[in-house]
Design a protein around this ligand. Structure first.
Ligand code: B12
Ligand code: SF4
Length: 447
């Protein structure tokens, strides 16, 4: 069949991100079907771009990738949903193709969005095998169900990987085709040189508010460390690519896999500087030293709260002492750190949240990012923090006074100005690294 994949994401903050999900789905489907990709990120006229592709290709299936439900402003989904609705309507007006929705944003609210946006089908969770099955079924003239579930999707009846037993064979992720990066718009790399690589899927923890295990599964499935390092070494050879972002929910768990990835990277001469997400639960000297040698420049750490009470309520698998130790290890090994704190979850009050601010003052990380809690999943009650307005008012007053504090929602040390700076100064790598580097240098100079 002729399959057109549309990456609907146009967000440019904190940077434009290569649509790894859509490219992974494209790679999985093009073995048996003819596939094209239209990426709307840099298009001035997104509907015209999709119409042109429809005119040229006459697709029979159109898959629309919805990565984000909200922007970095964290101010609700309404605006983006209206944009997606208009996009699906524009596709319908031009084509009789079967419309299939997918992507992380879609997967958080699948039953609502398939209806609201008027799509024929939706794929919940990971798309490679489920979307391929769907297209095969359509090609065979079958009538597939409206919603299909990716292998690791929690919403699937068993919550398990159903096609392959990973313990008996190579990791099922190693069997997937590599993302179709030959279809990437080069403007992503022109922006800040960052490419994205995935080393595993899934997170085995159950932090109260987190939707990552819902999207990727609670069973952690790792890729072969050698294959990952080969991929990074291969990306390093592409002109313009200067950094890698490991997009795993948590890079350092399981620590044995993270260490093995680092060792393979070191064996290849640490081909690219990189950043990742980490959890304070499992950093030790050996791993952080290996990360530094393997090219790690910065880690975004989900520290989440500065009080033991909130860490427990959020079911975080670590204590404040772990957060402090993690910071010390990163300073020792010269890796920059950005700790994220989520305020207002589970009705946390302003007074309680102030304790977190006091902890952050003591911790003094290179960067502290503050987010006011929200719940986006339809399997829970979609909601915003009860004391949201008061928490934002507190952050508006406190954050600008501290040099490393970032509040995306309020535009504090974040936003279009930062993007312009990255472009003007031709900075390479994720923008927070530059902020963090400046700050660490100024702290060292003051000592
Ligand atoms: C890494 C990451 C980032 C990095 C990206 C770095 C980089 N250079 O790539 C950074 C920090 C920059 C980032 C920023 C943002 N992110 Co982010 N990010 C992630 C994360 C952890 C992984 C994304 C990823 O690459 N996954 C790997 C790919 C292979 O998986 P995938 O995209 O989900 O694709 C699979 C399926 O979704 C599906 N699929 C995808 N497309 C399609 C299309 C079709 C047709 C089909 C059938 C299936 C399908 O199949 C794919 C393969 O299995 C996810 C959470 C998560 N664990 O999923 C959040 C996530 C995607 N981000 C999110 C958000 C909100 C943002 C921001 C708006 C705000 C922020 N700062 O967090 C910005 C926007 C950036 C932008 N320009 O769009 C949300 C989106 C949902 C929502 N609630 O809106 C998520 C889900 C996290 C969350 N719950 O908050 N992010
Ligand atoms: S460790 Fe991180 S990714 Fe895993 S459930 Fe907790 S917050 Fe989510």
């Amino acid at each position: 069949m002729r399959v057109l994949l549309v990456s609907a994401n146009r967000e440019q903050l904190p940077s434009p991100v290569v649509p790894l999900g859509v490219l992974s789905v494209a790679a999985a489907v093009r073995a048996r079907h003819e596939v094209r990709v239209v990426d709307l990120c840099f298009e001035d006229e997104p509907h015209a771009a999709v119409h042109a592709a429809i005119d040229d290709f006459d697709p029979e299936v159109i898959g629309v990738g919805l990565r984000n439900l909200h922007s970095n402003a964290y101010d609700g989904c309404e605006m983006l949903l209206a944009t997606y609705g208009a996009l699906v309507a524009a596709i319908r007006a031009k084509s009789r193709a079967v419309i299939v929705l997918g992507g992380a944003g879609f997967s958080l609210q699948p039953t609502r969005l398939v209806e609201l946006l008027g799509a024929d089908h939706g794929v919940v969770g990971e798309g490679e095998r489920a979307f391929a099955r769907l297209v095969d079924a359509l090609a065979a003239g079958e009538t597939p169900p409206r919603l299909l579930h990716g292998e690791a999707s929690l919403a699937s009846p068993t919550g398990e990987i159903r096609l392959l037993r990973t313990s008996q064979i190579r990791s099922d992720l190693d069997l997937l085709a590599a993302p179709a990066r030959d279809l990437v718009d080069p403007r992503y790399y022109a922006f800040d040189g960052t490419d994205n690589v995935q080393t595993k899927r899934g997170c085995a923890f159950s932090c109260a508010y987190c939707d990552y295990p819902d999207l990727e599964g609670r069973k952690v499935r790792v890729r072969s460390p050698a294959a990952i390092a080969d991929e990074v070494a291969g990306r390093a050879k592409i002109p313009g690519i200067t950094h890698a972002f490991f997009v795993d929910s948590v890079f350092n768990v399981p620590p044995g896999h993270a260490l093995a990835v680092c060792e393979e990277l070191i064996a290849r001469g640490s081909p690219l500087p990189w950043v990742c997400y980490g959890s304070p639960v499992a950093f030790d000297d050996k791993l952080v030293a290996a990360m530094a040698r393997a090219g790690c420049q910065g880690v975004e750490i989900g520290s989440d709260s500065g009080t033991e009470t909130m860490l427990k309520r959020l079911r975080k698998p670590f204590t404040l002492a772990d957060v402090v130790r993690t910071r010390e290890l990163f300073v020792e090994h010269g890796i920059l750190d950005a700790h994220t704190f989520v305020l207002g979850a589970m009705d946390e009050t302003v007074e309680e949240a102030r304790e977190t601010l006091a902890f952050v003052d003591r911790l003094d990380p290179d960067i502290a990012v503050f987010i006011v809690f929200m719940e986006d999943r339809e399997s829970h009650t979609i909601s915003r923090a009860k004391h949201r307005a008061a928490l934002l008012a507190m952050l508006a007053e406190e954050a600008p006074k501290r040099p490393g504090w970032v509040v995306p929602e309020l535009g504090v040390r974040f936003g279009a100005k930062l993007t312009k700076l990255v472009l003007r100064q031709k900075l390479r790598g994720p923008s927070w690294l530059h902020l963090a580097r400046r700050r660490r240098a100024s702290v060292v100079a003051a000592e």
